[in-house]
Design a protein. Structure first.
Length: 167
């Protein structure tokens, strides 16, 4: 090979492009949303990870970031937002409330969003520090980079979605 040439395969190029151009959809309801705003601000700068384009349209995003308390009435709406996102899509549960219901062990609070949609990364904390949210985004980037192009069409992935009632 001559100077300026590099040999690789198509799957690695697509993985690298996906990894560095994740478009998040923030679904923030509580104090975790405030910490996320700090993460996107200039001091922590989420944009340096290729996630500067926040979008509030599910059809243009590939990362759903659920932050804060999710009530049982919001569960179907969260699921609808997830279903409107195009494949491949990933989900981060930010904070104790999105991960497990947090301190709100009541009849009206969903005890973890993994009851309605599959979750890829959990970020602990109440509320989590911006550094923890950045770590969660970097974990998603590692997951995206390691994922093959055909994983989303595998039987295992279809079975996972089927367990949530998603075709």
């Amino acid at each position: 090979m001559g100077e300026g040439y590099m040999a690789t395969n198509f799957e690695k190029v697509v993985s690298l492009a996906r990894k560095n151009s994740i478009w998040p959809l923030p679904f923030a309801t509580s104090c975790c949303g405030i910490e996320f705003m700090a993460t996107a601000a200039s001091h922590y700068d989420l944009a340096r990870f290729g996630s500067e384009r926040m979008s509030f349209s599910p059809r243009q995003c590939d990362l759903l970031m659920v932050m804060g308390t999710i009530s049982k009435k919001m569960g179907p709406i969260l699921r609808q937002v997830y279903l409107q996102m195009a494949e491949p899509r990933w989900v981060i549960a930010v904070g104790a409330c999105a991960s497990s219901g947090g301190i709100f062990d009541t009849y009206s609070v969903l005890q973890g969003i993994d009851q309605v949609i599959p979750v890829d990364v959990y970020v602990p904390g109440c509320p989590p520090r911006p550094e923890a949210i950045l770590d969660g985004v970097m974990k998603i980037q590692e997951l995206v980079h390691a994922e093959g192009l055909r994983r989303r069409t595998s039987e295992q992935y279809k079975d996972l979605l089927g367990s949530y009632g998603i075709q």
